[in-house]
Design a protein around this ligand. Structure first.
Ligand SMILES: *[C@@H]1O[C@H](CO)[C@@H](O)[C@H](O)[C@H]1NC(C)=O
Ligand SMILES: *[C@@H]1O[C@H](CO)[C@@H](O)[C@H](O)[C@H]1NC(C)=O
Ligand SMILES: *[C@@H]1O[C@H](CO)[C@@H](O)[C@H](O)[C@H]1NC(C)=O
Ligand SMILES: *[C@@H]1O[C@H](CO)[C@@H](O)[C@H](O)[C@H]1NC(C)=O
Ligand SMILES: *[C@@H]1O[C@H](CO)[C@@H](O)[C@H](O)[C@H]1NC(C)=O
Ligand SMILES: *[C@@H]1O[C@H](CO)[C@@H](O)[C@H](O)[C@H]1NC(C)=O
Ligand SMILES: *[C@@H]1O[C@H](CO)[C@@H](O)[C@H](O)[C@H]1NC(C)=O
Ligand SMILES: *[C@@H]1O[C@H](CO)[C@@H](O)[C@H](O)[C@H]1NC(C)=O
Ligand SMILES: *[C@@H]1O[C@H](CO)[C@@H](O)[C@H](O)[C@H]1NC(C)=O
Ligand SMILES: *[C@@H]1O[C@H](CO)[C@@H](O)[C@H](O)[C@H]1NC(C)=O
Length: 740
């Protein structure tokens, strides 16, 4: 596709499909007229004038890595190796440019991954800034995440989150980078004049605090300002074209992407990916998932202590007197151990997938409520600021004048206790802040895993008992980040704080309030300043608990890696940079050195695909167990077929599908479902490692309202020969009937 991008700063971002001068001039004239008409519309509506005008772009692309034989990211569970696909992971991108000076722009990316990452971001920035040198750079690209826990793992820059993935998985990282860059390219190609507006609504049943005992450590008078121990508001920025037609939105709501537990091994996008699917397919029901033009954004907010397991946490301890009882309050234990304590989602009696659907639907419904209202218009200039901050012994002054410091990264014993969304193992529990000797075995071995902390580090991290002194662990490369990204984006009166970690509920409230007050007191934005936050983004700096919650050392406090003053350091740093969001400011602030690239030192203990073979007398795609052709299926039934398969790692089929459900209409087969519909499942099983045999199961649970008719499954595979050659093949099940 011969796309070129106009380099005249007065008319940038306009996609031209030809180089002809005349056509260029025509486009310029058209855009000029559109802008003029649109700005006069806005002017007549609210008197804001051209300030209310932006160039907006939205895009989406597939980032799904290898869906089998790869550790999944989120729970850090060695046993959670993927075996197939529930729904593909995607990146979605939103570009906001100032129509009067469109180099003044930012791109916000929301990826269906567990966390933003330094290495992924570095590659995305490098590709985008060489594709569009005048538009995108290290300062104006934000890589945030849905913080989902059922995606493909192995892409992270630092050692610690890579241990269970057996090191770095380049295929995963490459898929995320490739799809993310494509999403931004699509957003860039779609830039056109438009309007932004913002509002909020509440979702009361969509989240629950998973560490209420830590929340209670916050001052009573502060807690009294809030009705709930979780943020129940969803904020939403609506993107309209110049005629007022919605093109998509970007919403912010805090709820962990842990609706699917660590016993799920099908790659998915968890509740926020589900919300996006539900919304996008509501707007464009006949488009395949991921192929819609409307982009529904569900990004993560102050997620730290939130859980989608809204029923609470209960003991699953068959045979024990406490079976079925709520877990112990302060430590989330059952019989003094964490392993049996599990949070329950709203669909718990049906399935984890049902809990996932419900939490997704609640978010989609809230977005629908906001999109059906007339929201306050966003107006004012576009801005951004980015800097790197080295958190190792970073010293700063608290508002009361006391100087404090952050520390090199370390994780406390309670980190290994896990959470009620994914309990830990052995004898680690949450809420352990004692300086008493811990389990003597772990006391003995912890020094073999990471270097023992020196006295300065012990004092700095106090009262955290250090299990993993990851900030001092550099073999074979850095275990934890030292340096994080500090970034803010501004669209008119709205500011997005892009956070390198998981703020707890109260941390997020303090952060938003402090930065909003600073924006107003420094005259950057008026009383209509609206601050939202998103993360974990850019770099994974683990958790950010309040100093009071830190004292209690539940999971979130134990995982606040830079010590007790982490939150205050961020409030201080972000607050010090608000003036860079003012249009009169030029350039970017001084910065600590960028974190060193670790991926070049990365190691992987993972083996590639050796060979695929079909058993004697069979060929790839042969049906081994067919659909039922004798009777008819109806809504609610699950149709299954099993094929002679090959390893899907041979071809990720990005932007494509491993399966379709085809419907016969007018003598033609038309694909009506893909591998990204939540009603379909793709499952792969290696049946003989030596001979390279495998099977693929395709299933479809028929939705209510599915038209009666004749259907079949298609299976799309790729096999690898011993010489490395990869060959695509297609198979079909028998035809089957669905009745109304
Ligand atoms: C447009 O914004 C850029 C910064 O993105 C600035 O360098 C340039 O001077 C601005 N141009 C005008 C005409 O204001
Ligand atoms: C919701 O919107 C109202 C009106 O703009 C605003 O006062 C309030 O602060 C917003 N809530 C949040 C959590 O941002
Ligand atoms: C997965 O784990 C959850 C939490 O323990 C449990 O409720 C659920 O039944 C498990 N699902 C399967 C399929 O084993
Ligand atoms: C996606 O949409 C485009 C344009 O509408 C269409 O040409 C293409 O076939 C669609 N792809 C799929 C997989 O549906
Ligand atoms: C749990 O620990 C407490 C205190 O050490 C002890 O009294 C209790 O018996 C233990 N419960 C079980 C089931 O081991
Ligand atoms: C970060 O700061 C620490 C302590 O001041 C210093 O030792 C270290 O070299 C710095 N790291 C980088 C990458 O600049
Ligand atoms: C300032 O506040 C911090 C945190 O609350 C506290 O530890 C310190 O003692 C205070 N300093 C003064 C001088 O009050
Ligand atoms: C340890 O946690 C308990 C609550 O579990 C709290 O009362 C105590 O103050 C904490 N200790 C420190 C040193 O913060
Ligand atoms: C795959 O399908 C076969 C045949 O229907 C069935 O026996 C098997 O249990 C299925 N496997 C999975 C993982 O669902
Ligand atoms: C399935 O339907 C198609 C289209 O009508 C037909 O050509 C084909 O023979 C059918 N297959 C079987 C196995 O009946």
């Amino acid at each position: 596709m011969p796309l070129s991008y106009n380099s005249n700063p007065c008319w940038p971002g306009v996609v031209l499909d030809t180089y002809q001068f005349v056509v260029k001039m025509f486009h310029k004239a058209l855009i000029y007229l559109t802008t003029l008409v649109a700005s006069s519309t806005i002017l007549s509506q609210n008197g804001v004038g051209v300030n209310g005008q932006y160039l907006l772009g939205l895009g989406i692309a597939d980032i799904t890595g290898p869906v089998v034989e790869t550790n999944m990211m989120g729970y850090a569970s060695l046993g959670q190796t993927d075996t197939g696909l529930h729904m593909r992971q995607r990146s979605r991108a939103w570009i906001v440019a100032d129509a009067s000076n469109s180099t003044q722009r930012f791109v916000f990316i929301n990826a269906d991954i567990a966390m933003g990452d330094t290495g992924i971001r570095r590659a995305v920035v490098s590709q985008l800034s060489s594709l569009y040198p005048e538009y995108y750079n290290n300062a104006n690209i934000a890589l945030s995440s849905t913080h989902q826990h059922s995606g493909v793992g192995g892409y992270l820059e630092n050692v610690l989150p890579e241990i269970t993935a057996l090191g770095y998985v380049k295929e995963t990282a490459d898929a995320i980078v490739q799809g993310t860059v494509l999403a931004v390219q699509r957003a860039h190609a779609s830039l056109k004049p438009g309007k932004l507006s913002i509002g909020n609504t509440t979702i009361v049943d969509g989240n629950r605090n998973r560490s209420p005992s830590a929340y209670l450590a916050n001052p009573a008078e502060e807690r009294a300002k809030y009705q709930y121990d979780q943020d129940k508001e969803m904020s939403l920025i609506r993107f309209d074209d110049a005629d007022g037609n919605a093109r998509g939105f970007l919403s912010f709501f805090a709820v962990h992407g842990t609706s699917l537990y660590e016993n799920n091994t099908l790659v998915s996008s968890d509740n926020k990916g589900m919300a996006a699917y539900l919304y996008e397919s509501m707007v464009e029901p006949s488009a395949m998932p991921g192929n819609q033009t409307f982009v529904a954004g569900f990004t993560q907010a102050n997620v730290g202590d939130t859980s989608p397991n809204t029923e609470g946490a209960f003991c699953e301890s068959p045979g024990q007197p406490w079976d079925g009882q709520p877990c112990e309050f302060e430590h989330s234990t059952c019989g003094n151990k964490t392993e049996d304590c599990h949070g329950r989602g709203p669909g718990f009696r049906i399935s984890d997938f049902e809990s996932n659907r419900i939490i997704g639907q609640l978010q989609a419904d809230a977005a629908k409520t906001l999109m059906s209202q007339s929201l306050p218009v966003v107006s004012g200039p576009v801005g951004y600021v980015h800097t790197y901050l080295n958190m190792s012994f970073h010293s700063f002054t608290l508002p009361n004048g006391t100087t404090v410091q952050t520390c090199p990264a370390a994780l406390g014993f309670s980190f290994a206790g896990g959470t009620t969304d994914g309990p830990g193992a052995f004898d680690f529990i949450q809420g352990d802040n004692s300086s008493n000797p811990q389990n003597p075995f772990w006391e003995l071995v912890k020094g073999a895993v990471t270097p023992l902390p020196n006295a300065e580090q012990v004092a700095c991290q106090s009262p955290k008992p250090i299990l993993l002194n990851s900030g001092f662990a550099t073999f074979p490369y850095n275990w934890s980040p030292h340096t994080v990204d500090i970034q803010m984006l501004r669209a008119g009166n709205v500011v997005i704080l892009v956070i390198p970690g998981e703020l707890t509920t109260m941390s997020g409230r303090r952060m938003r309030d402090a930065i909003r007050a600073k924006l107003i007191s420094e005259g950057v934005i008026g009383d209509d300043a609206y601050v939202v936050l998103s993360g974990p983004a850019n770099t994974y700096g683990h958790y950010i608990a309040t100093p009071e919650e830190y004292g209690v050392q539940r999971y979130e406090g134990a995982s606040t890696i830079f010590g007790k003053w982490t939150l205050d350091a961020y409030i201080d740093k972000y607050g010090s940079l608000v003036s860079y969001l003012s249009p009169s400011s030029t350039g970017q602030p001084p910065s600590d050195p960028a974190p060193e690239d670790q991926t070049s030192k990365a190691i992987s203990l993972r083996t590639g695909v050796v060979v695929d073979n079909a058993p004697i007398g069979k060929k790839f795609s042969d049906v081994m167990a067919d659909v039922n052709t004798n009777g008819a299926y109806k809504a609610g039934d699950t149709v299954v077929a099993q094929f002679v398969g090959a390893n899907p790692r041979n071809n990720l089929r990005l932007e494509g599908t491993f399966l379709t459900v085809d419907q016969l209409s007018n003598g033609q087969w038309t694909a009506v479902r893909s591998d990204s519909h939540p009603s379909t499942r793709y499952q792969w099983l290696r049946t003989n490692l030596i001979l390279g045999f495998s099977t693929v199961n395709i299933s479809w649970t028929i939705e209510d309202g599915t038209p009666a008719g004749m259907y079949r499954f298609s299976y799309f595979g790729d096999s690898k020969a011993l010489n490395g050659k990869i060959t695509a093949f297609t198979g079909h099940s028998s035809n089957f009937t669905v009745t109304a």
